[in-house]
Design a binder for this molecule. Structure first.
Ligand code: G16
Length: 553
Protein backbone atom coordinates (compact mmCIF):
# COMPACT_ATOMS: atom_id res chain seq x y z
CA UNK A 1 0.00 0.00 0.00
CA UNK A 2 2.94 2.35 0.65
CA UNK A 3 3.95 2.04 -3.04
CA UNK A 4 0.40 2.77 -4.11
CA UNK A 5 0.22 5.83 -1.87
CA UNK A 6 3.45 7.35 -3.14
CA UNK A 7 2.48 6.65 -6.75
CA UNK A 8 -0.82 8.47 -6.26
CA UNK A 9 0.81 11.41 -4.50
CA UNK A 10 3.50 11.81 -7.18
CA UNK A 11 1.00 11.61 -9.99
CA UNK A 12 -1.50 14.02 -8.38
CA UNK A 13 1.29 16.51 -7.74
CA UNK A 14 1.63 16.95 -11.52
CA UNK A 15 -2.06 17.86 -11.97
CA UNK A 16 -3.05 20.47 -9.40
CA UNK A 17 -6.68 21.57 -9.09
CA UNK A 18 -7.13 25.00 -10.75
CA UNK A 19 -7.88 27.76 -8.25
CA UNK A 20 -11.49 28.63 -7.59
CA UNK A 21 -13.08 26.04 -9.88
CA UNK A 22 -15.50 23.24 -9.04
CA UNK A 23 -16.19 20.29 -11.31
CA UNK A 24 -19.25 18.12 -11.40
CA UNK A 25 -19.99 14.85 -13.22
CA UNK A 26 -23.07 16.09 -15.11
CA UNK A 27 -25.46 14.77 -17.74
CA UNK A 28 -22.57 13.37 -19.64
CA UNK A 29 -19.43 13.37 -17.52
CA UNK A 30 -17.22 16.33 -16.67
CA UNK A 31 -17.25 19.29 -19.07
CA UNK A 32 -15.52 22.64 -19.03
CA UNK A 33 -13.10 24.79 -20.96
CA UNK A 34 -10.48 22.31 -22.20
CA UNK A 35 -7.61 24.35 -20.80
CA UNK A 36 -8.66 23.82 -17.16
CA UNK A 37 -9.47 20.13 -17.30
CA UNK A 38 -6.03 18.57 -16.72
CA UNK A 39 -6.64 17.65 -13.08
CA UNK A 40 -10.21 16.53 -13.78
CA UNK A 41 -9.22 14.17 -16.56
CA UNK A 42 -6.28 12.85 -14.55
CA UNK A 43 -8.65 12.09 -11.69
CA UNK A 44 -11.26 10.60 -14.03
CA UNK A 45 -8.43 8.26 -15.09
CA UNK A 46 -8.08 7.19 -11.46
CA UNK A 47 -11.85 6.62 -11.19
CA UNK A 48 -11.83 4.52 -14.37
CA UNK A 49 -8.91 2.42 -13.11
CA UNK A 50 -10.70 1.78 -9.81
CA UNK A 51 -13.91 0.94 -11.67
CA UNK A 52 -12.02 -1.64 -13.71
CA UNK A 53 -10.47 -3.12 -10.56
CA UNK A 54 -13.84 -3.22 -8.82
CA UNK A 55 -15.67 -4.89 -11.72
CA UNK A 56 -12.77 -7.11 -12.79
CA UNK A 57 -13.56 -5.96 -16.35
CA UNK A 58 -12.37 -3.57 -19.02
CA UNK A 59 -13.85 -0.07 -18.78
CA UNK A 60 -13.61 2.94 -21.10
CA UNK A 61 -12.71 6.60 -20.85
CA UNK A 62 -13.43 9.04 -23.65
CA UNK A 63 -12.27 12.61 -23.92
CA UNK A 64 -14.90 14.72 -25.67
CA UNK A 65 -17.30 17.59 -25.14
CA UNK A 66 -19.67 16.32 -27.79
CA UNK A 67 -21.94 19.17 -28.97
CA UNK A 68 -20.13 21.90 -27.00
CA UNK A 69 -17.91 24.51 -28.71
CA UNK A 70 -14.37 23.60 -29.75
CA UNK A 71 -12.72 25.35 -26.77
CA UNK A 72 -14.56 23.04 -24.36
CA UNK A 73 -13.61 19.49 -23.57
CA UNK A 74 -14.77 16.78 -21.23
CA UNK A 75 -14.43 13.24 -20.06
CA UNK A 76 -16.85 10.39 -19.57
CA UNK A 77 -16.41 6.86 -18.31
CA UNK A 78 -17.97 3.75 -19.85
CA UNK A 79 -18.92 0.75 -17.73
CA UNK A 80 -18.09 -2.85 -18.72
CA UNK A 81 -21.36 -3.30 -20.66
CA UNK A 82 -20.55 -0.16 -22.65
CA UNK A 83 -23.15 2.02 -20.92
CA UNK A 84 -22.39 5.17 -18.94
CA UNK A 85 -20.61 4.68 -15.59
CA UNK A 86 -22.94 3.51 -12.82
CA UNK A 87 -24.45 6.60 -11.22
CA UNK A 88 -23.64 5.35 -7.72
CA UNK A 89 -19.99 6.22 -8.44
CA UNK A 90 -20.68 9.82 -9.42
CA UNK A 91 -20.45 11.26 -5.88
CA UNK A 92 -16.96 9.73 -5.54
CA UNK A 93 -15.98 11.05 -8.99
CA UNK A 94 -17.16 14.51 -7.90
CA UNK A 95 -15.34 14.38 -4.58
CA UNK A 96 -12.13 13.25 -6.26
CA UNK A 97 -12.36 15.90 -8.99
CA UNK A 98 -12.57 18.59 -6.33
CA UNK A 99 -10.03 17.24 -3.82
CA UNK A 100 -7.94 20.31 -2.97
CA UNK A 101 -4.49 18.68 -2.82
CA UNK A 102 -2.66 15.37 -3.47
CA UNK A 103 -2.95 14.27 0.13
CA UNK A 104 -6.70 14.58 0.34
CA UNK A 105 -6.98 12.97 -3.10
CA UNK A 106 -4.96 9.95 -1.96
CA UNK A 107 -7.00 9.66 1.25
CA UNK A 108 -10.24 9.73 -0.72
CA UNK A 109 -8.99 6.95 -3.00
CA UNK A 110 -7.83 4.73 -0.13
CA UNK A 111 -11.04 5.24 1.83
CA UNK A 112 -13.25 4.60 -1.21
CA UNK A 113 -11.28 1.46 -2.08
CA UNK A 114 -11.81 0.22 1.48
CA UNK A 115 -15.54 1.05 1.53
CA UNK A 116 -16.17 -0.49 -1.88
CA UNK A 117 -13.87 -3.47 -1.26
CA UNK A 118 -11.81 -2.66 -4.33
CA UNK A 119 -8.76 -4.96 -4.51
CA UNK A 120 -6.31 -2.06 -4.59
CA UNK A 121 -2.67 -3.17 -4.45
CA UNK A 122 -3.65 -6.85 -4.44
CA UNK A 123 -1.91 -7.67 -7.71
CA UNK A 124 -5.18 -7.84 -9.62
CA UNK A 125 -4.84 -6.31 -13.07
CA UNK A 126 -7.20 -3.78 -14.61
CA UNK A 127 -7.66 -2.31 -18.08
CA UNK A 128 -8.99 0.99 -19.40
CA UNK A 129 -9.63 1.66 -23.10
CA UNK A 130 -9.05 5.29 -24.04
CA UNK A 131 -10.25 7.44 -26.90
CA UNK A 132 -10.63 11.10 -27.74
CA UNK A 133 -12.34 13.25 -30.32
CA UNK A 134 -10.66 15.83 -32.57
CA UNK A 135 -10.53 18.77 -30.14
CA UNK A 136 -7.16 20.57 -29.92
CA UNK A 137 -6.92 20.02 -26.16
CA UNK A 138 -7.58 16.28 -26.57
CA UNK A 139 -3.98 15.12 -26.86
CA UNK A 140 -2.78 16.79 -23.66
CA UNK A 141 -5.84 15.60 -21.77
CA UNK A 142 -5.31 12.07 -23.03
CA UNK A 143 -1.86 12.13 -21.47
CA UNK A 144 -3.40 13.32 -18.17
CA UNK A 145 -5.85 10.41 -18.30
CA UNK A 146 -3.03 7.93 -18.94
CA UNK A 147 -1.10 9.22 -15.96
CA UNK A 148 -4.18 9.00 -13.75
CA UNK A 149 -4.79 5.42 -14.84
CA UNK A 150 -1.20 4.33 -14.33
CA UNK A 151 -1.20 5.79 -10.82
CA UNK A 152 -3.30 2.79 -9.79
CA UNK A 153 -1.01 -0.23 -9.55
CA UNK A 154 -1.75 -3.01 -12.02
CA UNK A 155 -3.85 -0.91 -14.40
CA UNK A 156 -3.09 -0.72 -18.10
CA UNK A 157 -4.31 2.11 -20.34
CA UNK A 158 -4.87 1.13 -23.96
CA UNK A 159 -5.14 4.04 -26.37
CA UNK A 160 -7.66 3.21 -29.11
CA UNK A 161 -7.02 6.51 -30.90
CA UNK A 162 -9.38 9.18 -32.22
CA UNK A 163 -12.86 7.66 -32.12
CA UNK A 164 -16.50 8.62 -31.88
CA UNK A 165 -17.88 8.23 -28.36
CA UNK A 166 -20.14 5.33 -29.42
CA UNK A 167 -17.23 3.48 -31.04
CA UNK A 168 -15.37 3.45 -27.72
CA UNK A 169 -18.47 2.33 -25.79
CA UNK A 170 -19.04 -0.42 -28.37
CA UNK A 171 -15.44 -1.62 -28.06
CA UNK A 172 -15.62 -1.79 -24.27
CA UNK A 173 -18.73 -3.94 -24.57
CA UNK A 174 -17.04 -6.23 -27.11
CA UNK A 175 -13.85 -6.58 -25.06
CA UNK A 176 -15.91 -7.75 -22.10
CA UNK A 177 -17.81 -10.17 -24.31
CA UNK A 178 -14.56 -11.85 -25.28
CA UNK A 179 -13.71 -10.07 -28.58
CA UNK A 180 -10.86 -7.57 -28.60
CA UNK A 181 -12.65 -5.59 -31.28
CA UNK A 182 -10.94 -2.73 -33.07
CA UNK A 183 -12.22 0.08 -35.23
CA UNK A 184 -12.09 -2.02 -38.39
CA UNK A 185 -14.37 -4.59 -36.69
CA UNK A 186 -16.79 -1.76 -35.90
CA UNK A 187 -16.78 -0.60 -39.52
CA UNK A 188 -17.25 -4.17 -40.74
CA UNK A 189 -20.12 -4.86 -38.34
CA UNK A 190 -21.97 -1.72 -39.40
CA UNK A 191 -21.50 -2.12 -43.14
CA UNK A 192 -22.15 -5.89 -43.16
CA UNK A 193 -25.32 -5.69 -41.10
CA UNK A 194 -26.52 -2.70 -43.12
CA UNK A 195 -26.07 -4.66 -46.36
CA UNK A 196 -27.88 -7.68 -44.89
CA UNK A 197 -30.86 -5.56 -43.81
CA UNK A 198 -31.05 -3.91 -47.22
CA UNK A 199 -31.09 -7.36 -48.84
CA UNK A 200 -33.94 -8.45 -46.58
CA UNK A 201 -36.29 -5.82 -48.02
CA UNK A 202 -39.51 -7.41 -49.31
CA UNK A 203 -39.61 -7.68 -53.10
CA UNK A 204 -43.36 -7.93 -53.39
CA UNK A 205 -44.43 -4.44 -52.42
CA UNK A 206 -45.61 -2.71 -55.57
CA UNK A 207 -46.57 0.44 -53.68
CA UNK A 208 -43.01 1.39 -52.85
CA UNK A 209 -42.13 5.04 -53.14
CA UNK A 210 -38.83 5.67 -54.80
CA UNK A 211 -36.30 5.93 -52.00
CA UNK A 212 -33.68 8.39 -53.15
CA UNK A 213 -30.20 6.85 -53.11
CA UNK A 214 -28.54 10.11 -52.22
CA UNK A 215 -27.98 11.21 -48.63
CA UNK A 216 -26.00 14.27 -47.55
CA UNK A 217 -24.51 14.12 -44.07
CA UNK A 218 -23.34 17.05 -41.95
CA UNK A 219 -20.45 15.75 -39.81
CA UNK A 220 -20.43 18.84 -37.48
CA UNK A 221 -16.71 19.18 -38.34
CA UNK A 222 -16.19 16.55 -35.69
CA UNK A 223 -14.99 13.00 -35.53
CA UNK A 224 -17.99 11.30 -37.18
CA UNK A 225 -17.56 12.52 -40.76
CA UNK A 226 -14.24 10.80 -41.40
CA UNK A 227 -15.56 7.56 -39.86
CA UNK A 228 -18.57 7.67 -42.16
CA UNK A 229 -16.20 8.14 -45.12
CA UNK A 230 -14.58 4.83 -44.10
CA UNK A 231 -17.87 2.99 -43.64
CA UNK A 232 -19.27 4.19 -46.96
CA UNK A 233 -16.38 2.52 -48.83
CA UNK A 234 -18.17 -0.77 -48.21
CA UNK A 235 -21.65 0.43 -49.06
CA UNK A 236 -22.93 0.65 -52.61
CA UNK A 237 -26.67 0.97 -52.16
CA UNK A 238 -26.43 4.52 -50.83
CA UNK A 239 -24.64 7.55 -52.20
CA UNK A 240 -23.37 9.36 -49.12
CA UNK A 241 -21.96 12.84 -49.48
CA UNK A 242 -20.23 13.93 -46.25
CA UNK A 243 -20.02 17.69 -45.58
CA UNK A 244 -18.44 19.46 -42.61
CA UNK A 245 -16.19 16.46 -42.17
CA UNK A 246 -13.62 18.41 -40.18
CA UNK A 247 -11.09 18.64 -43.01
CA UNK A 248 -8.92 21.74 -43.24
CA UNK A 249 -10.96 24.76 -44.34
CA UNK A 250 -14.38 23.23 -43.74
CA UNK A 251 -15.10 25.19 -40.58
CA UNK A 252 -15.03 24.86 -36.82
CA UNK A 253 -16.37 21.97 -34.77
CA UNK A 254 -20.09 22.40 -33.98
CA UNK A 255 -20.07 26.00 -35.22
CA UNK A 256 -23.15 26.67 -37.32
CA UNK A 257 -23.40 22.96 -37.94
CA UNK A 258 -24.05 19.64 -36.22
CA UNK A 259 -27.12 17.92 -34.82
CA UNK A 260 -27.50 20.25 -31.84
CA UNK A 261 -27.50 23.35 -34.07
CA UNK A 262 -29.85 21.81 -36.63
CA UNK A 263 -32.33 20.50 -34.06
CA UNK A 264 -32.44 23.62 -31.92
CA UNK A 265 -32.20 26.35 -34.58
CA UNK A 266 -34.13 24.51 -37.29
CA UNK A 267 -31.80 25.93 -39.96
CA UNK A 268 -29.61 24.11 -42.45
CA UNK A 269 -26.01 23.79 -41.28
CA UNK A 270 -23.22 25.68 -43.04
CA UNK A 271 -22.07 24.00 -46.24
CA UNK A 272 -25.65 23.32 -47.38
CA UNK A 273 -27.37 25.41 -50.02
CA UNK A 274 -30.36 25.63 -52.34
CA UNK A 275 -28.70 23.13 -54.68
CA UNK A 276 -29.44 20.51 -51.99
CA UNK A 277 -33.20 21.11 -52.18
CA UNK A 278 -35.22 17.92 -52.23
CA UNK A 279 -32.35 15.74 -50.99
CA UNK A 280 -32.52 13.79 -47.72
CA UNK A 281 -29.94 15.14 -45.28
CA UNK A 282 -28.70 14.05 -41.86
CA UNK A 283 -26.65 15.74 -39.20
CA UNK A 284 -24.33 14.23 -36.56
CA UNK A 285 -23.01 16.01 -33.49
CA UNK A 286 -19.35 16.53 -32.64
CA UNK A 287 -18.70 13.06 -31.23
CA UNK A 288 -21.33 11.34 -33.40
CA UNK A 289 -23.64 10.14 -30.67
CA UNK A 290 -26.60 12.22 -31.87
CA UNK A 291 -28.43 12.10 -35.17
CA UNK A 292 -31.21 14.09 -36.80
CA UNK A 293 -32.48 14.22 -40.38
CA UNK A 294 -33.74 17.22 -42.32
CA UNK A 295 -34.60 18.61 -45.72
CA UNK A 296 -34.32 22.19 -46.94
CA UNK A 297 -37.59 24.07 -47.40
CA UNK A 298 -37.77 25.93 -50.75
CA UNK A 299 -37.75 29.77 -50.63
CA UNK A 300 -37.29 29.88 -46.88
CA UNK A 301 -33.81 31.28 -46.23
CA UNK A 302 -32.30 27.95 -45.28
CA UNK A 303 -35.10 26.84 -42.96
CA UNK A 304 -35.52 23.11 -42.73
CA UNK A 305 -38.10 20.43 -42.19
CA UNK A 306 -36.67 18.56 -39.22
CA UNK A 307 -36.92 14.86 -38.47
CA UNK A 308 -35.72 14.65 -34.90
CA UNK A 309 -35.02 11.86 -32.43
CA UNK A 310 -38.76 11.42 -31.80
CA UNK A 311 -39.41 10.56 -35.43
CA UNK A 312 -36.38 8.29 -35.62
CA UNK A 313 -37.74 6.54 -32.55
CA UNK A 314 -41.18 6.23 -34.14
CA UNK A 315 -39.70 4.72 -37.29
CA UNK A 316 -37.71 2.17 -35.28
CA UNK A 317 -40.76 1.31 -33.16
CA UNK A 318 -42.99 0.75 -36.18
CA UNK A 319 -40.42 -1.46 -37.88
CA UNK A 320 -39.79 -3.64 -34.84
CA UNK A 321 -43.48 -3.90 -34.08
CA UNK A 322 -44.15 -4.97 -37.68
CA UNK A 323 -41.60 -7.76 -37.56
CA UNK A 324 -42.87 -8.96 -34.18
CA UNK A 325 -46.45 -9.00 -35.45
CA UNK A 326 -45.38 -11.71 -37.92
CA UNK A 327 -43.79 -13.78 -35.16
CA UNK A 328 -46.43 -14.85 -32.64
CA UNK A 329 -43.95 -17.41 -31.29
CA UNK A 330 -41.76 -14.54 -30.11
CA UNK A 331 -43.66 -12.57 -27.46
CA UNK A 332 -41.85 -9.42 -26.35
CA UNK A 333 -42.57 -6.56 -24.01
CA UNK A 334 -41.73 -3.39 -25.89
CA UNK A 335 -41.11 -0.16 -24.03
CA UNK A 336 -40.37 3.35 -25.27
CA UNK A 337 -38.49 5.86 -23.14
CA UNK A 338 -38.62 9.60 -23.84
CA UNK A 339 -37.82 12.82 -22.00
CA UNK A 340 -39.92 15.94 -21.41
CA UNK A 341 -38.42 17.30 -24.66
CA UNK A 342 -40.38 14.73 -26.68
CA UNK A 343 -42.90 16.52 -28.82
CA UNK A 344 -46.45 15.94 -27.53
CA UNK A 345 -47.50 14.78 -31.01
CA UNK A 346 -44.73 12.14 -31.01
CA UNK A 347 -45.75 10.75 -27.65
CA UNK A 348 -49.39 10.54 -28.74
CA UNK A 349 -48.36 8.83 -31.96
CA UNK A 350 -46.29 6.19 -30.18
CA UNK A 351 -49.00 5.57 -27.61
CA UNK A 352 -51.47 5.11 -30.46
CA UNK A 353 -49.25 2.34 -31.79
CA UNK A 354 -50.20 0.58 -28.56
CA UNK A 355 -46.76 0.96 -27.03
CA UNK A 356 -45.92 1.71 -23.43
CA UNK A 357 -44.22 5.13 -23.09
CA UNK A 358 -42.34 6.18 -19.98
CA UNK A 359 -40.39 9.32 -19.18
CA UNK A 360 -36.92 9.88 -17.78
CA UNK A 361 -34.88 13.00 -17.04
CA UNK A 362 -32.58 14.33 -19.78
CA UNK A 363 -29.38 12.35 -20.29
CA UNK A 364 -29.02 8.96 -21.91
CA UNK A 365 -27.82 7.42 -18.68
CA UNK A 366 -31.35 7.84 -17.30
CA UNK A 367 -33.15 6.65 -20.42
CA UNK A 368 -30.85 3.67 -20.86
CA UNK A 369 -31.52 2.51 -17.32
CA UNK A 370 -35.29 2.51 -17.93
CA UNK A 371 -35.04 0.86 -21.35
CA UNK A 372 -33.23 -2.08 -19.75
CA UNK A 373 -36.51 -3.00 -18.01
CA UNK A 374 -38.03 -4.30 -21.27
CA UNK A 375 -37.42 -7.22 -23.65
CA UNK A 376 -36.95 -4.52 -26.26
CA UNK A 377 -36.40 -1.03 -24.90
CA UNK A 378 -36.29 1.84 -27.36
CA UNK A 379 -35.10 5.19 -26.12
CA UNK A 380 -34.50 8.48 -27.83
CA UNK A 381 -34.14 12.07 -26.81
CA UNK A 382 -35.66 14.59 -29.21
CA UNK A 383 -32.10 15.84 -29.79
CA UNK A 384 -31.30 12.59 -31.61
CA UNK A 385 -29.52 10.65 -28.88
CA UNK A 386 -30.82 7.12 -28.45
CA UNK A 387 -30.73 3.46 -29.32
CA UNK A 388 -32.52 0.13 -28.95
CA UNK A 389 -31.72 -2.41 -26.24
CA UNK A 390 -32.57 -6.11 -26.42
CA UNK A 391 -32.58 -8.24 -23.29
CA UNK A 392 -30.36 -11.34 -23.16
CA UNK A 393 -33.43 -13.60 -22.87
CA UNK A 394 -35.07 -12.01 -25.90
CA UNK A 395 -31.87 -12.33 -27.93
CA UNK A 396 -31.58 -16.01 -27.17
CA UNK A 397 -35.26 -16.66 -28.02
CA UNK A 398 -34.89 -14.67 -31.23
CA UNK A 399 -31.83 -16.71 -32.12
CA UNK A 400 -33.62 -20.03 -31.67
CA UNK A 401 -36.78 -18.86 -33.50
CA UNK A 402 -34.63 -17.61 -36.36
CA UNK A 403 -32.68 -20.88 -36.57
CA UNK A 404 -35.83 -22.94 -36.58
CA UNK A 405 -37.55 -20.84 -39.24
CA UNK A 406 -34.40 -20.79 -41.37
CA UNK A 407 -34.21 -24.56 -41.36
CA UNK A 408 -37.95 -25.28 -41.75
CA UNK A 409 -39.30 -22.34 -43.77
CA UNK A 410 -36.38 -20.59 -45.44
CA UNK A 411 -37.40 -17.48 -47.36
CA UNK A 412 -40.86 -17.37 -45.74
CA UNK A 413 -42.30 -14.06 -44.51
CA UNK A 414 -41.81 -15.17 -40.93
CA UNK A 415 -38.25 -16.25 -41.44
CA UNK A 416 -37.38 -12.96 -43.12
CA UNK A 417 -39.02 -11.02 -40.27
CA UNK A 418 -36.93 -12.96 -37.73
CA UNK A 419 -33.79 -12.39 -39.78
CA UNK A 420 -34.53 -8.67 -39.99
CA UNK A 421 -34.77 -8.50 -36.21
CA UNK A 422 -31.50 -10.40 -35.86
CA UNK A 423 -29.78 -7.95 -38.18
CA UNK A 424 -31.25 -4.95 -36.33
CA UNK A 425 -29.67 -6.26 -33.11
CA UNK A 426 -26.32 -6.32 -34.92
CA UNK A 427 -26.63 -2.98 -36.69
CA UNK A 428 -27.80 -0.92 -33.73
CA UNK A 429 -25.19 -0.05 -31.12
CA UNK A 430 -26.61 -1.53 -27.93
CA UNK A 431 -23.96 0.08 -25.77
CA UNK A 432 -25.09 3.67 -26.31
CA UNK A 433 -26.78 6.01 -28.82
CA UNK A 434 -24.70 6.00 -31.99
CA UNK A 435 -25.35 8.40 -34.88
CA UNK A 436 -23.58 6.23 -37.45
CA UNK A 437 -25.33 2.98 -36.63
CA UNK A 438 -28.63 4.86 -36.21
CA UNK A 439 -28.19 6.52 -39.58
CA UNK A 440 -27.67 3.20 -41.35
CA UNK A 441 -30.62 1.64 -39.54
CA UNK A 442 -32.89 4.52 -40.61
CA UNK A 443 -31.75 4.15 -44.21
CA UNK A 444 -32.24 0.38 -44.23
CA UNK A 445 -35.71 0.69 -42.67
CA UNK A 446 -36.83 3.34 -45.19
CA UNK A 447 -35.62 0.99 -47.91
CA UNK A 448 -37.38 -2.03 -46.39
CA UNK A 449 -40.61 -0.10 -46.06
CA UNK A 450 -40.25 1.61 -49.41
CA UNK A 451 -40.83 4.93 -47.70
CA UNK A 452 -39.78 8.29 -49.07
CA UNK A 453 -38.53 10.96 -46.71
CA UNK A 454 -41.87 12.69 -47.18
CA UNK A 455 -43.79 9.65 -45.99
CA UNK A 456 -41.62 9.50 -42.89
CA UNK A 457 -42.16 13.24 -42.22
CA UNK A 458 -45.90 12.74 -42.55
CA UNK A 459 -46.10 10.15 -39.74
CA UNK A 460 -47.42 12.95 -37.54
CA UNK A 461 -47.23 16.73 -37.39
CA UNK A 462 -45.03 18.09 -34.60
CA UNK A 463 -46.64 20.64 -32.32
CA UNK A 464 -44.75 23.93 -32.76
CA UNK A 465 -42.03 24.33 -30.13
CA UNK A 466 -39.31 26.73 -29.11
CA UNK A 467 -36.15 26.24 -27.07
CA UNK A 468 -34.29 29.09 -25.42
CA UNK A 469 -31.32 29.15 -23.11
CA UNK A 470 -30.64 31.68 -20.42
CA UNK A 471 -27.28 32.32 -18.85
CA UNK A 472 -27.71 32.65 -15.10
CA UNK A 473 -25.42 33.27 -12.18
CA UNK A 474 -26.05 29.83 -10.70
CA UNK A 475 -27.97 27.27 -12.72
CA UNK A 476 -28.01 24.83 -9.79
CA UNK A 477 -30.48 27.21 -8.09
CA UNK A 478 -33.10 25.42 -10.21
CA UNK A 479 -34.19 22.04 -8.90
CA UNK A 480 -36.71 19.97 -10.88
CA UNK A 481 -38.91 16.93 -10.29
CA UNK A 482 -41.19 14.56 -12.26
CA UNK A 483 -38.67 13.88 -15.03
CA UNK A 484 -37.85 17.60 -15.16
CA UNK A 485 -41.40 18.66 -15.96
CA UNK A 486 -41.78 20.73 -12.78
CA UNK A 487 -39.56 23.17 -10.91
CA UNK A 488 -39.55 22.56 -7.18
CA UNK A 489 -37.02 25.29 -6.42
CA UNK A 490 -37.52 28.23 -6.61
CA UNK A 491 -41.22 27.40 -6.13
CA UNK A 492 -42.36 30.83 -7.35
CA UNK A 493 -40.94 30.02 -10.78
CA UNK A 494 -43.22 27.01 -11.29
CA UNK A 495 -46.26 29.09 -10.32
CA UNK A 496 -45.32 31.63 -13.01
CA UNK A 497 -44.72 28.89 -15.60
CA UNK A 498 -48.19 27.49 -14.84
CA UNK A 499 -49.82 30.91 -15.24
CA UNK A 500 -48.06 31.53 -18.59
CA UNK A 501 -48.76 28.04 -19.91
CA UNK A 502 -52.48 28.27 -19.13
CA UNK A 503 -52.73 31.17 -21.61
CA UNK A 504 -52.05 28.96 -24.65
CA UNK A 505 -53.94 26.17 -26.41
CA UNK A 506 -51.91 22.95 -26.10
CA UNK A 507 -49.41 24.95 -24.04
CA UNK A 508 -46.63 23.03 -22.30
CA UNK A 509 -43.47 24.47 -20.87
CA UNK A 510 -40.64 23.42 -18.58
CA UNK A 511 -37.24 24.72 -17.55
CA UNK A 512 -34.17 22.80 -16.40
CA UNK A 513 -30.53 23.50 -15.67
CA UNK A 514 -28.28 22.22 -18.47
CA UNK A 515 -25.93 19.41 -17.50
CA UNK A 516 -23.36 20.34 -20.13
CA UNK A 517 -23.38 24.14 -20.39
CA UNK A 518 -23.61 26.95 -17.92
CA UNK A 519 -27.22 27.82 -18.80
CA UNK A 520 -30.85 27.16 -17.91
CA UNK A 521 -32.87 25.70 -20.79
CA UNK A 522 -36.48 26.58 -21.57
CA UNK A 523 -38.76 24.42 -23.69
CA UNK A 524 -42.22 25.56 -24.80
CA UNK A 525 -44.80 23.89 -26.98
CA UNK A 526 -48.17 25.26 -28.17
CA UNK A 527 -50.72 25.10 -30.95
CA UNK A 528 -48.98 27.73 -33.11
CA UNK A 529 -45.36 28.77 -33.57
CA UNK A 530 -46.15 32.31 -32.40
CA UNK A 531 -47.68 30.93 -29.21
CA UNK A 532 -44.73 28.60 -28.56
CA UNK A 533 -42.31 31.52 -29.11
CA UNK A 534 -44.29 33.80 -26.89
CA UNK A 535 -44.63 31.22 -24.11
CA UNK A 536 -40.87 30.48 -24.20
CA UNK A 537 -40.06 34.18 -24.16
CA UNK A 538 -42.28 35.02 -21.25
CA UNK A 539 -40.94 32.13 -19.18
CA UNK A 540 -37.39 33.18 -20.09
CA UNK A 541 -38.20 36.66 -18.77
CA UNK A 542 -39.32 35.13 -15.48
CA UNK A 543 -36.13 33.04 -15.23
CA UNK A 544 -34.22 36.20 -16.05
CA UNK A 545 -36.02 38.14 -13.38
CA UNK A 546 -35.75 35.51 -10.65
CA UNK A 547 -32.21 34.29 -11.33
CA UNK A 548 -30.57 37.23 -13.08
CA UNK A 549 -29.73 36.39 -16.65
CA UNK A 550 -29.32 37.08 -20.31
CA UNK A 551 -31.68 35.44 -22.87
CA UNK A 552 -30.22 33.45 -25.77
CA UNK A 553 -31.88 31.24 -28.35
C1 G16 B 1 -25.46 15.17 -23.42
C2 G16 B 1 -26.11 13.87 -23.11
C3 G16 B 1 -27.49 13.82 -23.74
C4 G16 B 1 -28.30 14.99 -23.25
C5 G16 B 1 -27.54 16.28 -23.43
C6 G16 B 1 -28.27 17.35 -22.70
O1 G16 B 1 -25.36 15.33 -24.80
O2 G16 B 1 -25.29 12.84 -23.61
O3 G16 B 1 -28.10 12.63 -23.40
O4 G16 B 1 -29.48 15.10 -23.94
O5 G16 B 1 -26.25 16.18 -22.89
O6 G16 B 1 -27.50 18.46 -22.58
P1 G16 B 1 -27.95 19.60 -21.58
O7 G16 B 1 -28.01 18.99 -20.22
O8 G16 B 1 -26.91 20.64 -21.78
O9 G16 B 1 -29.28 20.04 -22.07
P2 G16 B 1 -23.96 15.43 -25.56
O10 G16 B 1 -24.30 15.19 -26.99
O11 G16 B 1 -23.45 16.81 -25.30
O12 G16 B 1 -23.12 14.35 -24.94
Amino acid sequence: MADQLSLLLDSAERFPLPNGLRFSYGTSGFRSDGSVLGSTVHRAGIVAALRSLKTGSTVGLVITASHNPVCDNGVKIADPDGSMMDQSWEPFANALANAPDPNSLAQLVLQFAKDEEIPLGSGQSAEVLLARDTRPTGETLLEAAKQGISSIIGTVAIDMGILTTPELHWMVRCWNNGTKATESDYFAQLSNSFRSLMELAPHDNLNFDTVEKKLIVDGANGVGGSKLEEIKKNITSLEIDVRNSGKEGEGLLNEGCGADFVQKEKFAPCGFSLSDLGIRCASLDGDADRLVFFRLIPNSNNKIELVDGDKILSLFAIFIQEQLSLLEELPARLGVVQTAYANGAATDYIKNLGLEVIFAPTGVKYLHEKALEYDIGLYFEANGHGTILFSKEFLSQLDSVNRELSSKFPGSKKQRAASRLVVVTQLINQAVGDALSGLLLVEAILHNKGWSFQKWCNLYQDLPSRQLKVKVADRTAIVTADAETRVVKPAALQELIDIETAKYTHGRCFVRPSGTEDVVRIYAEAATQDSADSLANSVAQHVNHILGSDIKT
